[in-house]
Design a protein around this ligand. Structure first.
Ligand code: NAD
Length: 259
């Protein structure tokens, strides 16, 4: 379905971004991977996706650095001839009460989880508008819709991502460029594993008990959403069936936000 389309997926060396990159490549899209990690592991991912018959590259651009974001978009445009699909996914977490929240962590979360989306959109959007087709998918979070304690920066940034999503969708509503947000609940990735480990350590729980506690507190299905499921939603958002989904925040959260 996405043969002859090219995508950038930020933060795609791990977790949800990798799930989305795999799903887009499986539909025939060329993919610019991005994110940090072990060079051999990243080379392995590139080989894995190239075996699907698509072009694959990796950019080590730091999403907290606007000039590196612009350079990544330029590199993908030159390598693939176009950027048709932009998935803003890179994100980090830090938990602390707001009055103890480290100022540098606040700034870092705002830069990576929110401002990077703006910088990537402003770089990639003009060519999408020129061609009359584009898909911008921002991986927000259920924390873009509701809050939890000790996550002030993350919650503020993700609410901001949903606001940005709506603004971009509206500005491009009469074009073939759509912009939507995906709002996952708990997904078992390294970002969440760290929170499971912290909880287990803090409360003396086994890892399994800590996982069950995390799900039990928030996610009524008591099951994690998976990177594959989020990849499938991203593919749908790239399809013609999603032409009139604009400015939406689609939660995939096991019922979290329905409570
Ligand atoms: P992850 O830690 O598995 O992956 C994060 C990716 O972002 C990695 O590829 C990492 O290298 C990259 N990254 C981090 N900082 C970067 C930077 N400065 N520049 C470039 N790349 C950077 O995390 P994940 O759980 O897959 O999270 C992906 C996105 O999904 C994030 O925006 C996160 O907020 C969101 N999300 C995750 C969950 C969840 O339960 N895991 C739930 C809701 C939303």
């Amino acid at each position: 379905m996405l043969h002859n389309k090219s995508a950038i997926v930020t933060g795609s060396t791990s977790g949800i971004g990798l799930g989305i990159a795999r799903a887009l490549a499986a539909q025939g899209a060329n993919v610019m991977l991005n994110g940090f990690g072990d060079a051999a592991a990243i080379a392995g991912l590139i080989e894995e996706l190239r075996a699907l018959g698509v072009q694959v590259r990796h950019s080590a651009a730091d999403m907290s650095r606007p000039e590196q974001i612009a350079a990544m978009v330029a590199e993908a445009t030159q390598a693939f001839g176009a950027v048709d699909i932009l998935v803003n996914n890179a994100g980090i977490q830090h938990t602390a009460p707001v009055h103890e929240f480290p100022v540098d962590k606040w700034d870092q979360i705002m830069a990576i989880n929110l401002s990077s989306n703006f910088h990537a959109v402003r770089s990639a959007l003009p060519q999408m508008r020129e061609r009359g087709w584009g898909r911008i998918i921002n991986v927000a979070s259920v924390h873009g819709l509701v809050a939890s304690v000790n996550k002030a920066a993350y919650v503020a940034a993700k609410h901001g991502v949903i606001g940005l999503t709506k603004a971009v969708a509206l500005e491009n509503a009469r074009s073939g460029v759509t912009c939507n947000a995906i709002c996952p609940g708990w997904v078992l990735t390294p970002l969440v594993q760290k929170q499971i480990d912290d909880l287990a350590g803090r409360e003396g729980l086994t890892e399994q008990a800590a996982r069950a506690r995390l799900l039990g507190e928030k996610q009524p299905s008591l099951e994690f959403a998976t990177p594959e499921q989020i990849g499938a939603l991203a593919v749908f958002l790239c399809s013609a069936g999603a032409d009139q989904i604009r400015g939406a925040a689609l939660n995939m959260d096991g019922g979290w936000a329905a409570q």
